[in-house]
Design a protein around this ligand. Structure first.
Ligand SMILES: [Fe+2]
Length: 129
């Protein structure tokens, strides 16, 4: 189960709302994957992962604009972490996964959530200080 915690709040309303939305998308993907009553869920999961990907790009742009607005000194190194994430996600080719689809998709969801949580604690929380 993937759950938002208020411990993840960084204190900037728009960023916090977008982080919550990332969790909502990841949570929906995870719940669908674990739902034993839906027989054909591959396409839906792929759509949700696409949504996660698109929303991450949108969210990073918001965060980067905010960093520029406040003259944040670590803007470039922070932006390069965002770029690394997008690059990793862009390399995912779900079409190529024939076997163990569930495990593969689960590992993508877990990677994304772990990355986001770590990134919030180690990077996003520093922006507002
Ligand atoms: Fe960030």
């Amino acid at each position: 189960m993937i759950k938002w915690s208020d411990d993840y709040l960084v204190g900037v309303e728009v960023i916090d709302q977008q982080h919550k939305e990332l969790f909502r998308i990841a949570g929906d993907a995870y719940d669908l994957l674990k739902n034993e009553f839906v027989t054909d869920k591959y396409d839906k999961i792929v759509d949700l992962i696409g949504e996660l990907k698109d929303y991450s790009v949108f969210h990073f742009k918001t965060e980067e604009a905010h960093m520029i607005d406040i003259g944040y000194k670590k803007y470039l190194s922070h932006k390069s972490l965002h770029n690394d994430f997008i690059e990793t996600v862009n390399k995912i080719d779900l079409e190529k996964v024939d076997e163990q689809q569930d495990e593969y998709i689960l590992s993508i969801i877990e990677f994304a959530v772990d990355w986001i949580v770590k990134h919030i604690y180690e990077n996003d929380k520093l922006i507002v200080m």
